[in-house]
Design a protein around this ligand. Sequence first.
Ligand code: ZN
Ligand code: ZN
Length: 297
Amino acid sequence: MDYNVGINLTLLGTKGGPSLRGKGPSMMPTSSHLAIADKSIVIDCGLGVTSGLVNAGYKLTDITHIFITHYHSDHCLELGALLHTAWTAGLSKPVQVYGPPGLDKLWNGFRHMMTFDIELRIVDEGRLPLDDMVAFHTYSDVNAPGEAFSIMYDDDLRVSAIKNNHPPIVETYALRFDAGDKAITFSGDTTYLDAMIDFAKKSDVLVHEAMLSSGIDYVVGQTKTGNEQLRKHLVASHTLASQAGSIAKEADVKCLMLNHLIPPEREISSDDDWLADVKNTFDGHCLIGFDGLKYTI
Ligand SMILES: [Zn+2]
Ligand SMILES: [Zn+2]
């Protein structure tokens, strides 16, 4: 393993939840990118992941790996469209796609929906068969709860996972990427999780989802059908910024990056609001995620 390998992290979409409500620094749902050695890795495929990658300067044809944390639409809605668009851009090597059980259903549904176009382009434009350009790998928790397990590893990279707590979804994971002596951990969507402390231990960056308690009423009100059920889901399934700070402190991470922001609108939750909440528990380096944020380790 090359211990000097660098990691370039880009947050492509930093808004929590599937809706689009207007322009702003955190406009698009969840997706991120890691450039490690010769790998181009996408983590989650919320709406906008394809244009986000291109805007960040990455070639779709260079994508080597995709990891999905769970199947809420704000994390997987654009998986099929991303692979299809990379294919039409000239993909020539299979993309290795990793996700919890259900990956085949997601892909087969998309594949079925686009049969006409895919078959036409192969015959009419001489495209390579799309199915040869994707390889799927399902991962699932095989250990005791709270125990990390390996998803993939090679000379440059080790990817491990831990089941997080995001009810009512059961197959939902946090992911950790270790490359040489560097590490980045993504919390995925989860409530406060004790096991995250060990899992994220001494990461260079912990990309953690975050919710601002003072913004919950606003989010519930925005749905129009706004109801107590949504409020219950938010409280039962997500982490307050101050709790993310406490995990960052206990895990002794070098940088806490807030992501999957609820609410994402800075008029409601300014950077100062987020930082004030985090400061209650963590006095280290903290960045508030925004679409397009780049960070080099
Ligand atoms: Zn989400
Ligand atoms: Zn979710």
